[in-house]
Every structure is written in structure tokens, then in C-alpha cells.
Design a protein around this ligand. Sequence first.
Ligand code: NAD
Length: 369
Amino acid sequence: MTGPGEPPPAPLPGAFVHTFLPGRVVFGAGALDQVASEVEALGVRRVLVIATSSARDAADVVEVQLNERFAGRIDGVAQHVPTAVADSARAKAHEVDADGIVAIGGGSAIGLAKAIALTSTSHGGEGLGVVAVPTTYAGSEMTPVWGETYGGRKTTGTDLRVLPRVVVYDPVLSQHLPMKVTAASVANAIAHCVEAVWTPRADPITETTAVEGLRALSSGLREVLAAPYDLDARGKLLYGACLAGSALATAGTGLHHKLCHLLGGTYNLPHAETHAAVLPQVVRINALAVPQAAARLTTALDTPSTDLTGGLFDLFQQAGTATSLQQLGMTAAQVDEAAAAFRPTENPVPVTEELVREILTRAWDGARP
Ligand code: NAD
């Protein structure tokens, strides 16, 4: 205990704080069939089903299995949860008197469920019970982070009410995810793992989760590139995505994610692809400041390159995802504008406008670090 006016004690070497988040994961090929029993176990009576356009068949199955618990359905979602879409989904949830949501799809479908849960007062004020069934590797299902976009500006926040109570991972649902979407989505998940080792909230438990997540994502991606419909490899990617989302949930975001959110929000660049172009350039700056974690990540990445930054760049190129912001439609003038607009953030290497310009210029060129 410190007395009034005394400075807080210096942390002991090796001291850390890690908060485990509540939640249940059901994993396996065919796990979609367990959604209805998971809903029942939650005590949810009236379910609103939200499905991305590619998940309509899966939503049909869930609708039948929910039987009298099925209350309504929203087909089709929009990226970054526009407020107009969120408002109409909230109205639908109210209209059908939903006390639970099953969201099937990528980060956009799960994001819409979170937007409803954030403002709901059902379940004694605890919000709606969300069951997430992810079909991409974005990882939103494991986090209490919500986002909503209005007038081109995305607002994000953290609230435990939006954290899905159950996540059902069924590799069959992502078996036909197109390779271009797969590669970008895996890059997004890899970014969660890598950045988790250097954010201000990084800790050894999160780091171990992130390293194992990267191992699964890197080997899973190479296997899926060789055999796109291989169910074991798709399962490996979903397992990696689960760990990546968990790491993001406890470590929070840092320089890399903040840069990607600025670029996505201001210039409408595609979310997942932007991660692939920016991450190797941020790693080039930060890896030397976190040498032990970088060494563990390099081993987990397991590419011929001996350094993390080159290994990531090569893996993204091999997977065919854009490694340059120019390819994504950003202009050179926007690089300058973004560097000037970026607000400094806590980072192992002090963040200056020059540093941000250097990262973005290299990411724009797509130069191998
Ligand atoms: P997405 O959900 O928009 O899906 C991308 C595309 O893939 C869509 O066209 C979708 O219809 C299609 N698709 C999805 N699953 C498919 C399947 N199995 N087969 C064929 N096509 C399929 O994109 P995303 O990358 O999953 O999510 C991005 C969004 O999630 C962004 O808004 C991002 O900000 C958010 N996000 C939030 C968090 C968080 O913690 N809150 C974390 C990561 C991402």
C-alpha cells in the first residue's frame, strides 16, 4: 500500500496482469448442428438469426433446428456496421422480441450482432445472448470490441455485453471461402497475433496464445493454398483465428491496428487486405524492440526467411494477397495526409510523423522489408 501523495511502487520484474474473458467454444466439423442446443442451454427463448449472404444455407439449417425458438432473420450485412444498417437491425430485434442472436458469417455479421447487443436491455440489462458462428478468420467472435460507422467515421468501443457467450466453429462453413478472401482474412488474424506481443497490455499468457495462433495460421494457410477444400487445414485456420481473436481481446490494439483503422475509415480501403500491406512494415520497425517475442513468432511462422518481417511479407505474397497500399487504391498524396493525421500511440518505438510516413511509404510501394 502506498500513502497519499506517494508514487506507486515500481512493478516487480516479470509482474503482469491478465484478465481471462468468459465464453464457451464449441469446435469441430459439423458443429453447426449444435447451435440450437447451445441456444437452449443459454436459456434464450426468441432468436434473431443474422446471416452473411454466403451463409444462407447454414442459416436455413439453424432456422429449422431452432424450431419454436426461431423469431426472425436478417439476410445480408454490410462491412464496418453502418449506423443505418445497425438501426434497422435493432428495430427488427425489437419487433420480433428477440432475447438472443445467432450470427453466421464474418466480422461484418458478428459486428451487426454486437451492435444490437450493445444497446439491448433484455436479459435483465445484461444484453442479448449472442452465439457467433464465424465463417472467416477475422476473430471478432472472441472479442468484446464493437464498431459502428456513421458519416464515413468508425467509432469503436469495448463492452462485455457484446462478447459472444458461445462461439461455434465449424470448418465446413469456411471450406469454400474463396482463396482471395481466405488469404486476406488470415493476414488479418496474423496481425492480431503479431501485434499482441507489443501492445501496452501485452502479457506472457497472451503472448503464448498469440505464438500458437500464428503457428496454426501460418501452417494452415500453406496447407490450404495447396489443398483449398482440405477440412483439417480449414480447421487449423479456424483454431488459429480463435487464438488470434483471444489475443486481440486481451492485448488490445496498437500502432498497426490503429494505422489500418485510419486507412480503412478515411480512404475506404478493404479491412483485411490493408493488414497484409501494413503489417510487415510495422514489424520492420518494432521487431528489434521486442527481440524475444519476435524470435518466438519467427519460429512459429516457420518460413525460409530468418526474420519475422521478411517471412510475413513472403507468406502474404505467396498467398496472393496485395502487399502494397497502391494496389488497394491509395494515392501517394493520401500517404502524406494520413501520416500527418495519425495521432501518436504507445509503442515500443516512439511514434513520430516521420516514422508513420516511413511505414506508410514502404507499405504503399510494397517494398520487401
Ligand atoms: P466480412 O464479414 O465482411 O466478410 C468478407 C466477405 O466474405 C463478405 O463478402 C462475405 O459475404 C464473404 N464470406 C464470409 N464467409 C464466407 C464463406 N464462408 N464463404 C464465402 N464467402 C464468405 O469480412 P471479415 O474480414 O470477416 O470482417 C471484417 C469486419 O470485421 C470489419 O468491419 C472489421 O473491422 C471487423 N472486425 C472486428 C473485430 C472486433 O474484434 N470487433 C475483429 C476483426 C475484424
